[in-house]
Design a protein around this ligand. Structure first.
Ligand code: GLN
Length: 598
């Protein structure tokens, strides 16, 4: 097993996760089998209890692990399936060591950070690195380990110490350290400054780690003399200094690595030159270019609670992007803060209210993503009502499905006070209820989590067709509440169809309005399994419906998300103003007209 460690210096938010994913991807393109580990030096056992507004979305794995969103980047870039143990946190390590201490495994010894915690970290890495993640048997060739945070953080010290010991133990030809750093330009002189990188490399060395490769983030291409200076002061060969300057979309990053021969540098350090081939990135290249050329917009209103931080809905945005690219449309996201749609806002801040409704009414499609707690719920219900009544394509995910059911119960069945017991525990008309096996006292990992099977109830529903007319589909879940099975008959008799259910038939998984152009709600989160080039079926359905292509897709069927291009309007390449102003990687997704990081 060969190991690549990716660390970050100078500032956070450098795109370390995308860099680590691109490193994995290019090695995979060289014919190697790659797995990923993310280390998060916080005390939470997992990301499940962390606010998406502070930390970005909680990504859910097949095994039900609630993990850092970087695992989503790895899964998407490499098309692999990771396990909860591929995300190491300080909390997990300390819990394992303290459990051992209580069992008496260290009887007689003083349990300390060094060696007990540092040993536990190394054992964890070695154990997880050999778990196959690409559907084949046996361990991968290379394990890419990303250390969260920035060098010098107090929290990451035990990990740095453990990784220093680990690099020494596995030996020089088996360990490659890539340090991602920043080369800023000072406005006054317009000069690319190497000092922050020099300092962070010095910090790394003082902690016992020596970088083999530097990946320098910068707004524009680095001058040759800047690279020479970095090489001299950081003691890294010039050919091992890779420049990740701002590009028009993140799919260009692996191409940048290849063009600068980063794979050769890695293979050299890891003694893998003989076994790897030249990277094949043909499909990746055409997709990156296609994404730049799309200009015909598809506007999606994202009606959510955390509209101020796009990372809160990262996988949903990615799934929308994959679907938009497959439909040859440029994705434009209009963020609609759910609460702003509510009547109370009309009185308190009429401008926000007007603006929210204007965005909603201007959209080609409406998406209500998952969520917890009652803030903004009434606004989401209004958005679902608007989409239902005006025949605007709608996709409701998890909470987005539950509120669509509540809206239908209120408006069509006439139960004015229909609600979920999550928001009104004593409601007379509980259309969404707490799951019998849930826990209200323990919040961590007590939801219905991970991959579960949904059986299609009819063959002629849009969802069944979009999934390629299979009998069932496995998607990832994360919820505590569900549609009340006692209300299903009433809902169905009024025209709301539950077209997907679990194996018991009591749990509603997919709901559809068959007469509507596209009105689908799902209890699961299809966004987590969407991949570039393999868009999630229901996102594809939404974007296809929003851009007049759904009929063609349904006729042909779209197994594995393969797109029927024949029905599209002629594609007119046009390079438009997709340049970013904020120095981020991703222009494919727009937020109310402005570039955002996603
Ligand atoms: N809060 C809802 C539940 O627990 C929806 C969860 C979600 O959207 N992920 O069921």
């Amino acid at each position: 097993m060969k190991y690549i460690l990716v660390t970050g210096g100078v500032v956070s938010g450098l795109g370390k996760g995308v860099t680590a994913s691109s490193i994995g991807l290019i090695l995979k393109a060289c014919g190697l089998r790659v797995t990923h580990i993310k280390i998060d030096p916080y005390l939470n056992t997992d990301a499940g209890t962390m606010s998406p507004f502070e930390h970005g979305e909680v990504y859910v794995l097949d095994d039900g692990g609630e993990v850092d969103l970087d695992l989503g980047n790895y899964e998407r870039f490499l098309d692999i399936k990771l396990t909860r143990d591929n995300n190491i946190t300080t909390g997990k390590i300390y819990q394992a060591v303290i459990d051992k201490e209580r069992r008496g495994d260290y009887l007689g010894t003083t349990v300390q950070v060094v060696p007990h915690i540092t040993d536990a970290i190394q054992e964890w890495i070695e154990r997880v690195a050999v778990i196959p993640v690409d559907g084949k048997d046996g361990p991968a060739d290379v394990c890419v380990i990303e250390l969260g945070g920035t060098i010098g953080d107090i929290e990451s010290m035990p990990f740095i110490e453990a990784l220093g010991q680990f690099s020494y133990r596995v030996g020089a030809g088996n360990f490659c350290l890539i340090h991602v750093s920043l080369v800023p330009v000072l406005n006054v002189v317009g000069e690319q400054k190497t000092k922050p990188t020099q300092h962070s490399v010095r910090g790394l060395r003082s902690l016992g780690l020596t970088p083999n490769i530097l990946a320098c983030r910068s707004a524009t291409e680095l001058d040759e003399n800047v690279k020479d200076k970095l090489s001299r002061f950081c003691h890294v060969p010039a050919e091992n200094i890779i420049n990740l300057y701002d590009v028009s979309n993140i799919w260009h990053i692996p191409l940048l690595l290849r063009d600068q021969k980063a794979h050769k540098a890695m293979l050299r350090v890891l003694n893998l030159k003989g076994v790897a081939q030249e990277p094949d990135l043909k499909i990746w290249t055409s997709r990156a270019k296609l994404c730049d050329m799309l200009h015909e917009p598809v506007r999606v209103a994202m009606v959510g609670k955390y509209t101020g931080l796009s990372d809160s809905y990262l996988s949903v945005l990615k799934a929308l992007l994959h679907a938009s690219v497959a439909c040859h449309r440029k994705l434009c996201i209009d963020w609609v803060p759910a609460g702003d749609l509510e009547e109370a806002t009309e009185k308190e801040s009429p401008d926000n209210y007007r603006n929210a409704w204007k965005l909603l009414k201007g959209a080609d499609a409406v998406l209500v993503p998952g969520g917890f707690g009652d803030r903004g719920v009434e606004g989401k219900i209004l958005a679902a009502k608007y989409a239902r009544e005006n025949k605007i394509p709608y996709l409701g995910i998890c909470l987005g499905m539950q509120i669509a059911v509540i809206e239908f119960a209120r408006s069509v069945l006439g139960f004015k006070d229909a609600n979920s017991t999550e928001f009104e525990p004593d409601t007379e008309n509980p259309f969404v209820i707490f799951m019998p096996e849930g826990s209200k006292t323990h919040m961590g990992a007590t939801m219905r989590l991970g991959s579960r099977r949904t059986y299609f109830q009819v063959t002629d529903s849009k969802s069944a067709k979009l999934y390629g007319s299979k009998k069932f589909v496995d998607e990832r879940h994360r919820h505590r509440y569900e549609v009340n099975p006692e209300m299903v008959e009433q809902l169905e008799s009024a025209g709301l169809c539950f077209t997907g259910k679990d194996d018991t038939g009591h749990r509603m998984e997919i709901v559809e309005l068959l007469e509507h152009p596209y009105f689908v709600g799902v209890q699961f989160h299809p966004e987590f399994k969407s991949r570039p080039g393999k868009p999630s079926a229901l996102f594809l359905g939404l974007i296809a419906a929003a851009s007049g292509q759904l009929e063609a897709h349904l006729k042909k069927g779209v197994p594995n998300g393969v797109v029927n291009n024949s029905a599209k309007k002629p594609f007119r390449p046009h390079v438009n103003g997709t340049k970013l102003t904020n120095g981020s990687f991703e222009p494919g997704i727009y937020r109310n007209g402005k570039g955002i990081r996603a």
